[in-house]
Write a protein that binds this ligand. Structure first.
Ligand SMILES: Nc1ncnc2c1ncn2[C@@H]1O[C@H](COP(=O)(O)OP(=O)(O)OP(=O)(O)O)[C@@H](O)[C@H]1O
Length: 276
């Protein structure tokens, strides 16, 4: 469980970045952090993995403050995918890259080798390929695989789909979904509201270093005040159903005015037509 209690944080104490952030993420949740550029989302992620410590307040991981936990202890609990995979990749071959985390944590050995080999075949990697010659999507997959292989109970993903085409995005996010279904807690910063809507069950909205909304994803993404306050554009189907409900008030309580997905909207339109 991850708990932020009235957390204040900065890179330079004269310029506060987080201004009293509080939330709790329970084991097994899939939470998306959204908000405008500079809202403090990545800073919040750096506090989760202990790269940054709070100026005031507390960040607790399973009840232990990150100021007391050693970096190596935190690294075993929280896997971190950087926004740019090139900040993470440092080895000359895919196999070495996947073994790197085990070596850094002092866990190299036959079991680690077996896990790496299994993952290489699962992801379809060439173990001898130079990661720096792989394309952007493949490097992102490798960076994600280097976390998955360590099986941390929590993964933090800072904009995992930025710079990926649709096919690569689905591939990366399907792996994240499988991780979550296997019991991993997922915390993700994401600017793509379609991805947020498709994968996260809870959404925390940040603006100017504070949490301005926190709740089930579609409740948050259908809240006009939140959307305006954090300059968010909802997923297209949500936008269409909200527009319909606004333009024709009787539709607000009908499925067509509440549809969140393509499937729900298609079924709602069929219902609406057969009710006429
Ligand atoms: N390493 C750093 N040193 C100094 N200031 C920083 C550093 N990283 C971020 N900041 C500043 O902290 C503020 C919050 O940045 P942060 O990256 O947390 O926001 P964000 O919500 O993740 O934005 P984005 O969506 O653009 O990544 C910004 O004003 C940013 O310039």
């Amino acid at each position: 469980m991850i708990q932020f209690k009235d957390v204040h944080a900065s890179y330079d104490e004269a310029l506060p970045i987080l201004k009293g952030v509080s939330f709790t993420v329970e084991r097994g949740e899939f939470v998306a952090f959204v908000g405008t550029n500079g809202a403090g989302k990545s800073t919040t992620m750096r506090l989760v993995n202990g790269l940054l410590k709070p100026d005031a307040g507390e960040v607790l991981i399973d009840g232990m403050s990150t100021t007391e936990l050693k970096t190596s202890q935190l690294a075993r609990t929280v896997g971190f995918l950087f926004q740019n995979p090139d900040r993470q990749i440092c080895c000359n071959t895919v196999r070495e890259e996947l073994l790197f985390g085990f070596k850094a944590l002092g866990l190299a050995g036959p079991e680690a080798d077996a896990r790496v080999d299994a993952l290489i075949s699962e992801f379809g990697f060439d173990p001898d390929e130079d990661p720096f010659l792989m394309n952007r999507g493949a490097r992102q997959l490798l960076a994600l695989a280097s976390i998955v292989v360590l099986a941390p109970p929590v993964v933090v993903l800072d904009e995992p789909t930025t710079g990926l085409d649709y096919r690569e995005c689905v591939k990366v996010m399907d792996i994240v979904r499988q991780l979550h279904e296997g019991g991993t807690t997922v915390i993700m910063v994401c600017h793509d509201m379609e991805v947020v809507a498709d994968y996260a069950s809870r959404c925390i909205v940040m603006s100017d270093g504070q949490v301005v909304d926190d709740g089930p994803t579609f409740e948050v993404l259908r809240n006009s005040d939140t959307l305006e306050r954090a300059s968010l554009v909802p997923p297209q189907i949500v936008a269409v159903s909200m527009e319909l409900a606004c333009a024709v008030p009787r539709l607000a309580s009908r499925p067509v005015g509440c549809a969140n997905t393509v499937e729900e909207m298609a079924a709602a339109i069929v219902d609406e037509r057969s009710a006429q």
